[in-house]
Design a protein around this ligand. Structure first.
Ligand SMILES: Nc1ncnc2c1ncn2[C@@H]1O[C@H](COP(=O)(O)OP(=O)(O)OP(=O)(O)O)[C@@H](O)[C@H]1O
Ligand SMILES: [Mg+2]
Length: 230
């Protein structure tokens, strides 16, 4: 759709396998994502989508295969380097937003910048800007328990993108929303990601959501297959 075919690859997985004991959750999965590209992974419950995402994001070590991010092989990084990479170059959106309840909307949004060492005033000012873009200015001083489900998802989107990560991993980012709200949140998410060249790996059950991506994959019993557009 929007992505330049020649944009550089930011994340590449080659023959990734993940086993939980005797269960093979991911079986020789290979994919690559370019700068600004949005890829969607669909598939039935239990097919291995979240497991693959955890491998790509360095949350779980692969049982076999390789994951490369911007020239680094994740497996070769030590814990400190991997944590720094996840904190500074990756963004995450989860199914239920997972905001910190004791922080305000604005503080939640600013968190990745604070963890990267930015000064509080500067981080909050940038958070304020992103929240304004997402129409959340009026709720910036509230706690997550005092905002709606859709607002909470948009805060999660703001937080995932604020530090301009190389890639955002989103596992059913609109899973808890009705379809109208899901659409709005998704549009904003993709618009912001594309505007700053962030690659997006989007896991979804929803074919309509997947249709918005540049590239689609389907997972079935741990096997990942790229869909060819007809
Ligand atoms: N921690 C674990 N220990 C053992 N087996 C697991 C674990 N997590 C997941 N599994 C199994 O691995 C397989 C893949 O699970 P995964 O969570 O990746 O699926 P999914 O495609 O994300 O499903 P859903 O759409 O329901 O979120 C399933 O058979 C699941 O039961
Ligand atoms: Mg899952």
């Amino acid at each position: 759709m929007h992505v330049a075919v020649q944009a550089p690859e930011v994340l590449t997985a080659s023959k990734v396998k993940l086993c939980y004991g005797a269960t093979v959750a991911v079986d020789d999965a290979s994919l690559s994502v370019r700068r600004g590209e949005v890829i969607a992974i669909t598939g039935q419950s239990g097919s291995g989508k979240s497991s693959l995402l955890y491998c790509l994001a360095g949350v779980l070590p692969v049982s076999a295969g390789e994951v490369w991010f911007e020239g680094s092989l994740l497996e070769e990084l030590d814990d400190e380097e991997l944590c720094a990479l996840r904190r500074e170059r990756f963004g995450f959106v989860f199914q239920y937003g997972e905001l910190l309840p004791e922080l305000t909307v604005e503080e939640n949004t600013a968190l990745p910048l604070r963890l990267a060492g930015r000064r509080k005033g500067e981080a909050l000012a940038l958070a304020g800007d992103v929240l304004r873009r997402l129409g959340l200015d009026s709720v910036r001083d509230r706690r997550p328990s005092q905002v709606s489900g859709g607002q909470s998802q948009r805060v999660a989107v703001a937080r995932a993108l604020i530090h301009r990560p190389g890639v955002v991993f989103a596992d059913e980012p609109t899973g808890s929303l009705d379809s109208a709200n899901a659409n709005t949140v998704l549009e904003e998410f993709l618009m912001l990601a594309r505007a700053q060249g962030t690659a997006v790996v989007l896991v979804t059950h929803d074919k309509a959501v997947a249709a918005r991506a540049d590239t689609r994959y389907v997972m079935s019993d741990g096997v990942l297959v790229r869909e060819v557009d007809s």
